[in-house]
Design a protein around this ligand. Structure first.
Ligand code: SAM
Length: 183
């Protein structure tokens, strides 16, 4: 996202981080892009405590919305965004049954993405298209082997310039896509 901002000369971009959790993405972006106008949305009151504390600890002046990202009312609060980013829950029902020990202590709401793990991508891609400017960017993190389906969801909802990036283990892990012009 930082590269996107630099390449597209977005010096004071409007950015929303959906499912912000502890605020690691929103706070880092604010530190790297001090002129950016950043809004973080999170549902869990427990996570919200960390989000507020991390923003304060890092002197990151960001807006915080306590709300459900899947609600049209929340989407209506975000308009004319240059970039929307999300690392939503993406664990499948099958994977939930055999979670690794180190993630088992996380609450289910932070992990479970529906039967096939893709519920948030389907809903958010539809819902937040209208929150982006023309040619605005939607950026997602997703689970191992979900890239093809996430790419298809983006293409099917009027996004192009779909680019994937690998994580440090070589697993295809993130995508950026651009909203096609509204006709
Ligand atoms: C996989 S964690 C990601 C946290 C953070 N973005 C990160 O990258 O570390 C998913 C987050 O989504 C939040 N969440 C789950 N359902 C939500 C919803 N309907 N609306 C807003 N946040 C939600 C969870 O509480 C959790 O903090």
């Amino acid at each position: 996202m930082i590269k996107i901002c630099r390449q597209n000369k977005l010096t004071s971009p409007k950015i929303a981080d959906l499912c912000a959790g502890s605020g690691c993405i929103a706070v880092t972006l604010k530190k790297e892009l001090p002129l950016a106008d950043i809004t973080a949305v999170e549902l869990s009151p427990d996570a919200m405590r960390y989000l507020r504390a991390n923003a304060e600890l890092n002197s990151a002046d960001i807006q915080i919305i306590e709300g459900d990202v899947l609600s049209p009312d929340t989407a209506a609060l975000l308009r004319d965004m240059d970039i929307i980013v999300s690392n939503p829950p993406y664990v499948t029902a099958e994977e939930m049954a055999v979670l690794q020990r180190e993630v088992r202590h996380e609450p289910e709401t932070a992990l479970f993405g529906g039967n096939d793990g893709l519920d948030f991508y389907r809903e958010m891609t539809k819902l937040y298209r209208a929150s982006l400017k023309n040619r605005g960017f939607l950026c997602y993190e997703f689970g191992d082997r979900q890239h093809e389906q996430v790419g298809n969801i983006l293409a099917g909802n009027g996004f192009d310039n779909i680019n994937f990036t690998c994580d440090l283990a070589g697993i295809i892990r993130t995508v950026t896509a651009q909203k096609q012009e509204d006709k």
